[in-house]
Design a protein around this ligand. Structure first.
Ligand code: G6Q
Length: 555
C-alpha cells in the first residue's frame, strides 16, 4: 500500500530513522552532556516562558521537525489563515478567530469586506450592554437589579465562557452570580436556577446556529421557568438576550434581534469565546478587562505570525506534540495547571484539541496512516498528584505533560518567609517535572537503604517528557496569550497531519443521532424497532421502566 502524502515525505522518514536511532536516549544523559540544556531549550514571548528541555529531543530532532514543517508549507498556511483564505475546506469557510482580537483600525478583508470593523461594532454593543448590567442601569422588569446571569449553550458555546469565568473569577463582579447551563439533563437547569429570583435573572442564550437541541430545549425551559415565576410575557425582553449568527431563529424563539449579539460563520464554535459568545465573561469582568484579554490573544497572534519557526512558541509546542505522538508513540497529553482558577482549562482544551484534530482523513480525503490528535486530559495540581500521577511516574505508557504555573499568587496565604502556600504549590510543579525527567535508579534507591525486594517498586525509570509553561500572574492578558498558544499549536499540528482542524463532522452526527430515537422512547404505541438487537433491547427496557416500574423485573 502506498504511504500517505505526509508519511511519504523524506522529512517524515528522516524523523522515523532519527527516532529509531535516539529512542533509548535518556534525559539524564542529555542533561549531563549539555549542562546548559535547561537554559537553552526554552523560548519566551508575550509574557510566557516555555521550557521544553525536558522533552526527549536532541539538537537534530528540532532541526528535523523544522524541516518537516517547512516541507508541509507551515509558513504559507499560517499566512493563508491570517489572510482569510477558506482553509476550512470541508465547510468552505475562512477561519478568522484572529480577527476577533485584532485591534480597532486593523483591516482583515474577507471577500473584500473588512471583518475587523464588524467585530468592533459588536464589541461596542456588548460593552454598552455589559456596562449597564454591571452598573444596575439595566434593570429587571420589576425595577430590581440583575444579580444573576445564566449563560445557556453547549460545546463551543459553553466551554469557553465557563472556563473564562472560572479563570478570571478573581476579577469578576462579586455581587453577581454567574452560572452556566449546557446539559440537556434537566438537573443542570434545575440546580442552576433553584435558588434564584426570576426578577433578578438574565438569561444569555448562546448558540451559533440557534438550532442545537440541548440549547434550544434549555432555552425553552428557561422561558417556562421565567413565565411561571413572573406570569409576564412582556418582561421577557428585559431578561433574555441571544448570541447567535442566526437572526431568523432568534426571532422565532421570541427574542427581539435588538437584544441579539452577532458573530459570523468564520468563527468556529471552539474558537468563539472572545466573540459575543463571551458576553457573560464581559459582564463578569467588565469591558476593559475583556479588552486586556483580547490584547493577550492578539499579542500571541502577532508572535505566531511573525516569529521565525525556531523561536515560535505555538510552532514549538505543536512540533513537540507531533514528535511525542508520532515518533515516541505517546497517545495522551496531560494538561496540569498549578492554578486553581484554571480548573476548567483542561476541559476547554479537550474540545479545542480533540474536536479540531481528532480526524482520520486528509484534506484530499485520503485515509491517514499515522496517528492524529492524542487524548488530552488533566486536573489542577496539586490534586492530581494524589491520584493519577502514579501512572505518569511509574505506569507502562509515557504520558507527556504540560505543567502550567504562575509566579505570583492571586490569593496569597501563609507567611512569606515561613510557609508561603504559593511557594509550596510551585515547588510541587517544579519537582514533578524534575522527577518525571530524571526518575530514580535502583542503585540510588538501594543506596538510600531500601532492601532488594522493594527496590524495583521504588525505582522510577524517568525519561518522561514534559513542557513547563510559566507566566508572571494569571491576568486577563495572560489568559488570552495562553489560550492563543494552544489554539495555534493545534493548528500547527493539523497542518503537519494534513487534516482540516476546523470542521467537526463527528459532532454534527451526534446532533442527528438522537432525533430518531427520541420518538421511539416516548411513543404511546409500542414502536416497530429496526435497530440492532442491543439498541432495540435498551429502548424496550427504558420504555418499560421510564414510568417507574420495578427495576428488578428483568429485560
Ligand atoms: C464547536 C462545535 C460544537 C458547537 C456546539 C454548539 O466547535 O461545533 O461544540 O459549538 O455544538 O453549537 P451551537 O453554538 O450552534 O449551538
Amino acid at each position: 500500500m502506498s504511504r500517505s502524502r505526509l508519511a511519504a515525505r523524506p522529512q517524515w522518514q528522516a524523523l522515523e530513522r532519527h527516532a529509531a536511532r535516539t529512542g533509548e536516549l535518556h534525559l539524564r544523559e542529555l542533561f549531563a552532556t549539555d549542562p546548559r540544556r535547561g537554559e537553552k531549550l526554552i523560548a519566551q514571548a508575550v509574557g510566557l516562558y516555555l521550557d521544553y528541555s525536558k522533552q526527549r529531543i536532541d539538537a537534530d530532532t528540532l532541526a528535523l521537525l523544522h524541516d518537516l514543517a517547512v516541507a508541509c508549507g507551515l509558513p504559507q498556511r499560517i499566512e493563508a489563515m491570517f489572510r482569510g483564505e477558506r482553509i476550512n475546506v470541508t465547510e468552505n469557510r475562512a477561519v478568522l478567530h484572529v480577527a476577533l482580537r485584532a485591534p480597532a483600525g486593523e483591516k482583515i478583508l474577507l471577500d473584500g469586506h473588512d471583518v475587523v470593523a464588524d467585530v468592533h461594532a459588536v464589541l461596542e454593543r456588548m460593552a454598552e450592554f455589559a456596562g449597564k448590567v454591571r452598573s444596575g442601569a439595566w434593570l429587571g422588569y420589576t425595577g430590581k437589579r440583575i444579580r444573576n446571569v445564566i449563560s445557556i449553550g453547549i460545546g463551543g458555546s459553553d466551554l469557553g465562557p465557563v472556563m473564562a469565568y472560572e479563570a478570571l473569577r478573581h476579577y469578576s463582579q462579586r455581587d453577581m452570580n454567574f452560572r452556566f447551563v449546557s446539559n440537556v439533563d434537566g438537573t443542570d437547569f434545575v440546580e442552576a436556577t433553584r435558588d434564584l429570583d426570576a426578577a433578578e435573572t438574565l438569561f444569555i442564550i448562546c448558540s451559533k446556529t440557534f438550532t442545537t437541541l440541548e440549547t434550544l430545549t434549555n432555552a425553552h425551559a428557561a422561558r417556562a421557568w421565567f413565565l411561571n415565576a413572573t406570569g409576564n410575557e412582556q418582561a421577557i425582553a428585559k431578561h433574555f438576550v441571544a448570541v447567535s449568527t442566526n437572526a431568523v431563529e432568534v426571532r422565532k424563539f421570541g427574542i427581539d434581534t435588538a437584544h441579539m449579539f452577532g458573530f459570523w460563520d468564520w468563527v468556529g464554535g471552539r474558537y468563539s469565546m472572545e466573540s459575543a459568545i463571551g458576553l457573560s465573561t464581559m459582564i463578569a469582568i467588565g469591558a476593559d478587562r475583556f479588552g486586556e484579554m483580547l490584547a493577550g490573544f492578539h499579542a500571541m497572534d502577532e508572535h505566531f505570525r511573525h516569529t521565525p519557526l525556531q523561536q515560535n512558541l505555538p510552532v514549538l509546542m505543536g512540533l513537540l506534540a507531533i514528535w511525542n505522538n508520532n515518533f515516541l508513540d505517546a497517545a495522551t497529553v496531560a494538561v496540569l495547571p498549578y492554578e486553581q482558577y484554571l480548573k476548567r482549562f483542561p476541559a476547554y482544551l479537550q474540545q479545542l484539541t480533540m474536536e479540531s484534530n481528532g480526524k482520520h482523513v486528509t484534506l484530499d480525503s485520503a485515509e491517514v496512516d499515522y496517528a492524529t490528535a492524542p487524548v488530552y486530559w488533566g486536573e489542577p495540581g496539586t490534586n492530581g498528584q494524589h491520584s493519577f500521577y502514579q501512572l505518569i511516574h511509574q505506569g507502562t505508557r509515557i504520558g507527556p505533560c504540560d505543567f502550567i504555573g504562575f509566579c505570583q499568587p492571586l490569593n496569597p496565604l501563609g507567611d512569606q518567609h515561613d510557609l508561603d502556600q504559593h511557594d509550596l504549590l510551585m515547588a510541587n510543579l517544579i519537582a514533578q517535572g524534575e522527577a518525571l525527567a530524571f526518575g530514580r535508579t535502583t542503585a540510588e534507591v538501594r543506596a538510600a537503604g531500601t532492601d532488594a525486594a522493594l527496590a524495583p517498586h521504588r525505582t522510577f525509570a524517568g525519561n518522561r517528557p514534559s513542557n513547563t509553561i510559566i507566566a508572571e500572574k494569571l491576568t486577563p492578558h495572560a489568559l488570552g496569550t495562553l489560550i492563543a498558544l494552544y489554539e495555534h499549536s493545534v493548528f500547527v499540528q493539523g497542518i503537519i497531519w494534513d487534516i482540516d482542524s476546523f470542521d467537526q463532522w463527528g459532532v454534527e452526527l451526534g446532533k442527528q443521532l438522537a432525533q430518531a430515537t427520541i420518538a421511539e422512547l416516548s411513543a404511546k404505541e409500542e414502536p416497530k424497532l429496526a435497530h440492532d438487537s442491543s439498541t432495540n433491547a435498551l429502548i424496550r427496557r427504558y420504555r418499560r421502566l421510564r414510568g417507574g416500574s420495578n427495576p428488578g423485573s428483568g429485560a
